[in-house]
Design a protein around this ligand. Structure first.
Ligand SMILES: O=C(O)COP(=O)(O)O
Ligand SMILES: [Mg+2]
Length: 220
């Protein structure tokens, strides 16, 4: 039995279409032209302040200062209701249900701010799967700082643990927390999958319970 902690965007849910739409509304409010889906998807994973900085950079604007702060505030306020285009990745619910049935405790550690995190979990009916949920603004630091992941682990009572995520940030966070990392390869990663430090990877959630069991067996 273990504590299994999950990333959210690009790992359990495909939220990039909502984030792209909201990003372009935030740019439009500043009279800046829209960016493509691929551009915005590549900016997801390091939290909202970084997303806004990358939007401004791609728009040829200074990416710090009052405009940045105004856009962070606007995006964050709208984020809670930006759920209509978001879907759960295939087979996530059966996989997480099977892990819970196997006695594992599940937690969520995301860089998405905590209010939109709770909103999208409730919207998709995922909220009851997790015993603890940590957002990008739950602590003073966010991933790749290991603190939120370690806080999530402590909330689950410690013990053997695994972090499951889709990005460079998640791999680094797990390494800095000293936890094995399982990479979901269908998310928003930019680096080749084999180049990230990992204990295993999967492209189908049906494979996750078996991967977890194998990893825990090798850890003794
Ligand atoms: O808000 C982000 O940048 C991405 O969130 P994630 O940590 O769930 O991938
Ligand atoms: Mg992610």
């Amino acid at each position: 039995m273990a504590a299994i902690l999950f990333d959210l965007d690009g790992t359990l849910i495909d939220s990039a279409p909502d984030i792209h739409a909201e990003a372009n509304r935030t740019l439009a409010a500043e009279r800046l032209p829209p960016l493509t889906f691929a551009q915005v998807r590549g900016f997801i994973g390091k939290g909202v302040p970084n997303l806004i900085a990358r939007l401004l950079e791609a728009s040829g604007q200074p990416f710090e200062g009052p405009q940045h702060d105004r856009m962070v505030a606007r995006f964050t306020a709208a984020y809670e209701t930006a759920v209509d285009l978001t879907v759960i990745y295939p087979q996530v619910v059966p996989a997480l249900t099977a892990l819970r049935a196997g006695g594992h405790r599940l937690g969520l550690v995301t860089n998405k701010p905590i209010r939109p995190t709770h909103a999208v979990l409730a919207h998709l009916g995922l909220d009851s799967l997790f015993e603890t949920v940590w957002g990008g603004d739950s602590l003073a630091v966010r991933k790749p700082d290991p603190a939120p992941l370690l806080a999530g682990l402590e909330a689950l009572g410690g013990g053997p643990a695994i972090y499951v995520g889709d990005s460079e940030t998640d791999a680094e966070t797990a390494a800095r927390a000293g936890l094995p990392f399982l990479l979901y390869t269908e998310g928003y990663r930019k680096t080749p999958a084999e180049d990230l430090p990992q204990a295993g990877r999967f492209d189908d959630f049906r494979d996750l319970p078996g991967l977890v069991a194998g990893l825990l067996a090798t850890q003794g």
